[in-house]
Design a protein around this ligand. Structure first.
Ligand code: 1GP
Length: 263
């Protein structure tokens, strides 16, 4: 049994790079990353989804995140993950609940919503989802999910107590706690469609204290300038979703800004 597992592991590492290795290899070489978020509930037209994915993949997005807060079934997630597979970028689950776990994905942001007031979103959803993650053999990316400011659907559904934009010291304390808990990824989330993204000062306070954890920032990033400022403030990974739905070509400009940030 043990031998079989060893062989399986070896076969996997020969065929395919682990997603965490892929991400850290790029970060160590000095790159900043861009993740494209696809909400399965909104991606109903598969031809449109493939066209969008091709534009973003060609532009250099580093991975696809698949997830949403409302109206997402496992069948929807399976369909979207499979549609994204041909583009040869890692497909990472970003589950709003246990229905967001698909066997076809490459990895999962295994999350705790750190500033939820509901134990379900802090730990219980993770407990209910973990046997599925194990059965499907998904690579796990341990993630502290922290909701800031607006919060959007993720904040409302997740019963978060969002950290005010003007309180970066509280954000930094959450980041430090996440780091001490051993999280490898810290996701500062303003909420999808946030009217204003997380301010660079807030991101900078988090970046200074994050240690070796990777800092992801998303919510309300709609222009190359904003992405540039957030990268300069110390984010390792920028996530965009709404702008991709509205105009994939605008997202291409954001990818350029992430890859070649202006000083
Ligand atoms: C939401 O952070 C992501 O979970 C992306 O937000 O849709 O505003 O780009 P936007």
């Amino acid at each position: 049994m043990k031998k079989a597992r060893r062989v399986r592991r070896r076969v996997r590492s020969e065929e395919k790079e682990y997603v965490h290795n892929y991400i850290t290899r790029k970060i160590r070489s000095g790159e900043k990353l861009h993740f494209t978020l696809i909400d399965p509930e909104k991606a109903q037209n598969s031809e449109e989804l493939s066209n969008t994915a091709k534009i973003l993949s060609d532009a250099g997005t580093d991975a696809f995140l698949v997830g949403g807060s409302v109206g997402v079934s496992e069948a929807d997630v399976d369909r979207v993950v499979q549609a994204l597979k041909p583009f040869k970028k890692p497909v990472i689950l970003f589950p709003g609940n246990i229905s967001g776990v698909s066997r076809y994905a490459d990895a999962i942001l295994f999350m705790s919503l750190m500033n939820s007031e509901d134990p379900y979103f802090i730990i219980e959803a993770a407990v209910l989802g973990s046997p599925l993650v194990h059965r499907y053999g998904l690579e796990v990316l341990p993630t502290a999910y922290i909701i800031v400011g607006y919060g959007g659907a993720a904040g409302f559904i997740g019963r978060a107590r969002p950290i005010p934009y003007e309180k970066p010291d509280i954000g930094a304390a959450y980041v430090l706690a996440a780091r001490y808990l051993g999280k490898k990824y810290i996701y500062l989330e303003a909420g999808s469609g946030a009217p204003a993204p997380i301010p660079p000062t807030f991101v900078n306070a988090a970046a200074k204290i994050k240690g070796n954890a990777l800092l992801m920032v998303g919510g309300g990033i709609k222009t190359a300038e904003t992405a540039n400022e957030i990268v300069k403030a110390g984010a390792d990974i920028i996530v965009t979703g709404t702008v991709v739905e509205e105009d994939p070509h605008k997202a291409v400009e954001i990818i350029k800004a992430v890859k070649e940030p202006k000083r």
